[in-house]
Ligand binder design. Structure first.
Ligand code: APR
Ligand code: PHB
Length: 394
């Protein structure tokens, strides 16, 4: 058994784990990340790319904001299309100038990997059977194997940043955890294509045939989605069929302008709302997708991972710098307060814009009334903008 020691043992090299290790490093706190996959695999995952100002600021402060500022796009609003028309939601006006940054999660992950490498951060890839031990005591440790060799990593704290399917949440005693879950009766079929985006800003479209979203990664890379049945298969969706379905669900002017091309990625993602409480047991802390999932409507997943890491890193820094554990003790409550509000927003935006197979005539009228109310009320639009740009961290 090979042994080593660090201050914070981090499970998972997604955005949560990488950002935590980077922020801690800048404060002189040592960490090791154990990641089950290879770096190429992690970088191959295509995910959302709408960053709240809180996350953009965190990346800048962590010294990884340069490429985002150079290549990302600041968006001041987005459109909601319904009933043949379009409603523009202004973000900056009602929020005192707040905006969102369009920059892919894949690129953030790439920048964080590069920074960790430059600074000599330790990331163990292809770590198998990572297991937390003694989280109730003062001396927790992690065991794992790599290339057939067994390893032990002693640490002061363990950060479970290992996503929804990770080991961390399952390592908490079942009787302390409470989970809340809603699974939606549809998925999102997503396509990435090397085509100019149909619109400068994002378009969220509500249509009788189902929801559609026009998003982008850059001026030459588009990301589009259509709502599809939960049990659908990408094999049922040759490019041609996807583009036709997308066009049908978009306002006529957008459909006419849409530039199509071969898909370079195509996948179906289920939609789920999920929260586990609490986020801490003993010396194990959960953050990001390990603790909660939102449906992608509103793009809150990555942003919630960032606010978790904000609270957790502050708690750890106060512990090491000032011997003050209040931040660690309040981590779960503080992070969860923000998580639940983003869960509410993602759920309500999902409800507003999708076709729910079980909905009857009354539900459809309610959905339409909600959209009409939004269109006619600057107050409702301001509330949507406030949530979209991201609620404050405290
Ligand atoms: N051991 C080690 N690593 C693991 C294990 C395990 N048992 N299980 C999972 N991992 C790794 C995964 O391979 C992945 O690289 O943990 C990482 C978790 O990364 P993400 O799933 O990206 O989760 P997180 O870092 O919290 O990022 C949240 O990702 O899913 C999106 O919408 C979400 O944008 C949000 C962001
Ligand atoms: C994306 O670009 O992938 C995206 C954008 C906005 C969302 C969800 C996904 O609400």
């Amino acid at each position: 058994m090979k042994s080593e020691r660090t201050q914070v043992g981090i499970i998972g090299a997604g955005p949560s784990g990488l950002l935590l290790s980077q922020v801690l490093h800048l404060e002189g706190i040592d960490s090791v990340i154990l990641e089950r996959r290879t770096q190429d695999y992690v970088l191959g995952r295509i995910r959302a790319g709408v960053l709240e100002q809180g996350l953009a600021d965190m990346l800048r402060q962590a010294g990884v904001g340069a490429r985002m500022d150079a290549e990302g796009e600041v968006h001041h609003g987005f459109d909601i299309a319904f009933g043949g028309g379009r409603l523009h939601i202004d973000l900056a006006g009602p929020t005192g100038g707040k905006t969102v940054m369009i920059y892919g999660q894949t690129e953030i992950t790439r920048d964080l990997f590069a920074a960790r490498e430059r600074m000599g951060g330790r990331i163990v890839h292809e770590a198998e059977d990572v297991t937390p031990h003694d989280i109730d005591g003062d001396a927790p440790y992690l065991t794992f194997s790599r290339n057939g060799e067994n390893h032990r990593l002693d640490c002061d704290f363990i950060a479970g940043c290992d996503g929804f399917h990770g080991v961390s949440r399952r390592s908490m005693p079942a009787d302390v955890l409470k989970t809340y879950e809603k699974v939606y009766p549809f998925g999102w079929l997503g396509v990435l294509s090397e085509t100019p985006p149909v619109s400068e800003e994002l378009i969220y479209a509500s249509h009788d045939r189902g929801f559609a979203l026009c998003s982008l990664r850059s001026r030459v890379l588009s990301r589009y989605y259509v709502q599809c049945p939960l049990d659908d298969d990408v094999a049922n969706w040759p490019d041609e069929k996807f583009w036709n379905e997308l066009k049908t669900r978009l306002p006529a002017d957008a459909a006419a302008r849409l530039v199509t091309g071969p898909s370079i990625e195509k996948s179906i993602a289920p939609l789920r709302s999920f929260v586990t409480e609490p986020l801490r047991h003993g010396r194990l802390f959960l953050a990001g997708d390990a603790a909660h999932i939102v449906p992608p409507t509103g793009a809150k997943g990555l942003n919630l991972a960032a606010s978790d890491i904000f609270f957790l890193s502050r708690g750890l820094i106060a512990h090491y710098r000032q011997d003050d554990d209040r931040g660690l003790e309040t981590y779960s409550a503080k992070a969860l307060a923000r998580v639940w509000k983003a869960e509410r927003f993602s759920w309500s935006m999902t409800k507003l814009l999708h076709v729910f197979p079980e909905d009857g005539a009354f539900d459809l009228k309610m959905q339409r009334a909600e959209l009409d109310y939004l269109a006619g009320s600057s107050v409702a639009q301001a509330a949507m903008a406030e949530n979209y740009v991201g609620l404050p961290y405290e």
